[in-house]
Design a protein around this ligand. Structure first.
Ligand SMILES: [Zn+2]
Length: 501
């Protein structure tokens, strides 16, 4: 490293350490607020959290910070791969925000907040028309803000998708989603026409919180979660919160008549947690945290579905589940539990979708976002478009806007997020096929040797995630470019067997 580069590097690190102190403190407060903070203290906590967040923001708005980022970006060939990736990400952020004045930023924040408030009311009243004007405002902001960005792509939607999944575009997604529809729509029709009877009566039998807590703890141990560097607690909506690789927290929610809900939340969030706990130690030391949403969902869904809903996994956990929930499983076989956990039933709600129908929910949102941004759909007309698509792809039609277009919060802050939910499944189907060339995955799962799988993931899937684009990353792991075929083959094989098609 040249002396000037070293000087800029040291300056940047000093400022990043300062930023980290504020961010870390804000993050702990935020977690507290979501979990055990008493209701009466939430507002104050929110204020303090926001104040800490703006302290962190001020550090990175300092011209000395910007100068260091720009210099190091120019000289990134002198940096190690961790610093080069971190500086590139900071530089991109700088280009994205450069022309947005604090006044504009403030106006946008107010508009998003207004959209959030009107969405809540609209959802409660199941009346989309109350939300429509604010959704139009969100669209206009997205278009205006993107035009000001110096890191923008050729069109607005690609820029927004890229914020969540570096480099992903409609040109890649369109043929993938088309192929998925081509194969999945007829397959769904065959599944729904199948005579196969799947028993599900026991799925709503009552379980206690204590029983669910025991299973949650057990499942984290099974997948190889490191409890000395992680914790679990309860929240309304499960999520994973990471402050560093040594402090990764997962949350779950207990429903007395849905024992599988918390179990699979724990395995899903546990997957997110493993990704953080077992990524390279150097990431933290280099302030590097650039895994994409799609990469993250690939790992959480790998654990939740590829592993968690497999026959081998059910075989592994069945004895423990029966011991902890005897009132649920004493007259149920391992096979019956496997089938019940994989039943296909089109639903109106994305968050209640089974593994098979989930992708349709994402495709519908993607297609509508595209129409919103390219102007081919009128905002007022969206509920009809939404309902028509549900009917066309899933054969069901929402009875009102609350169970239709108003169900997700995402559009109160913008577009481009949803594809990451679908793309993760494509990644994990691809790398599972690669993993199977090296490991006897079914045998390892049956025998409870999941840490072996975790260690393979750490070496091949986790190690470079923060330093590569998703395109480079999947190619490096599997030797192939992104394709939906592995995932589609997996679904076809699994459900053909399950429904005896
Ligand atoms: Zn997730």
């Amino acid at each position: 490293m040249q002396p000037k580069t070293q000087e800029m590097h040291d300056r940047l690190y000093a400022m990043l350490r300062e930023e980290q102190i504020y961010r870390y403190a804000a993050s702990v407060l935020n977690f507290d607020q979501e979990t055990i903070c008493p209701p009466a203290a939430r507002e104050k906590q929110g204020e303090i959290g926001a104040a800490l967040g703006s302290k962190a923001f001020i550090v990175t708005k300092n011209p000395a910070f910007t100068e260091a980022v720009e210099y190091l970006y120019e000289h990134r060939d002198e940096l190690d791969s961790f610093d080069a990736a971190m500086v590139a990400a900071r530089h991109k952020q700088y280009l994205a925000d450069k022309n947005i004045t604090p006044e504009k930023e403030h106006a946008y924040a107010l508009a998003f907040n207004k959209a959030f408030v009107s969405w809540l009311t609209a959802k409660e009243k199941a009346d989309y028309s109350l939300f429509a004007p604010d959704l139009a405002a969100v669209r206009d902001i997205q278009i205006e803000r993107t035009a000001l960005r110096e890191d923008k792509c050729d069109n607005v939607f690609d820029t927004l998708i890229g914020d969540y999944e570096r480099g992903l575009t409609q040109a890649v997604l369109d043929p993938i989603f088309d192929r998925m529809k081509e194969r999945l729509i007829p397959l769904l029709a065959r599944i729904l026409a199948s005579k196969k009877q799947i028993r599900t009566d026991f799925m709503t039998r009552t379980v206690t919180d204590e029983q669910q807590r025991q299973i949650a703890d057990y499942l984290l141990d099974v997948i190889g979660f490191d409890k000395s560097r992680g914790a679990i607690t309860l929240t309304e909506h499960p999520f994973t919160h990471d402050m560093s690789r040594n402090d990764v927290r997962v949350t779950t929610h207990f429903y007395p008549q849905m024992f599988d809900s918390s179990m699979f939340s724990v395995v899903h969030e546990g997957g997110h947690a493993l990704f953080e706990q077992f990524c390279p130690e150097e990431n933290d030391a280099h302030f590097l945290h650039e895994k994409t949403m799609g990469m993250h969902e690939s790992v959480s869904r790998f654990y939740e579905n590829r592993i968690g809903r497999s026959k081998e996994f059910i075989h592994l956990i069945f004895p423990k589940c029966r011991e902890v929930f005897p009132q649920v499983l004493s007259d149920v076989t391992e096979e019956e539990l496997y089938e019940a956990l994989n039943v296909v039933r089109p639903t109106l709600k994305r968050t209640q979708a089974d593994e098979f129908t989930y992708t349709f929910h994402i495709i519908i949102r993607y297609e509508i976002e595209k129409m919103i941004l390219d102007g081919t759909a009128d905002i007022a007309d969206l509920p009809r478009i939404w309902n028509d698509k549900y009917e066309e792809y899933l054969g069901i039609r929402p009875g009102n806007d609350a169970e239709g277009i108003l169900q997700d919060i995402h559009w109160t802050f913008g577009f481009g997020y949803f594809p990451t939910y679908a793309i993760g499944n494509l990644y994990n189907a691809m790398y599972l096929n690669t993993m199977k060339q090296h490991l006897d995955v079914p045998a390892l799962v049956r025998e409870g040797k999941l840490p072996v799988i975790r260690d393979w993931m750490a070496e091949h899937v986790f190690r470079m995630a923060d330093r590569q684009t998703p395109e480079e990353w999947i190619k490096a792991i599997t030797g192939r470019a992104l394709t939906p075929d592995d995932y589609l083959d997996y679904l076809e094989e699994k459900y053909t067997a399950l429904y005896e098609l």
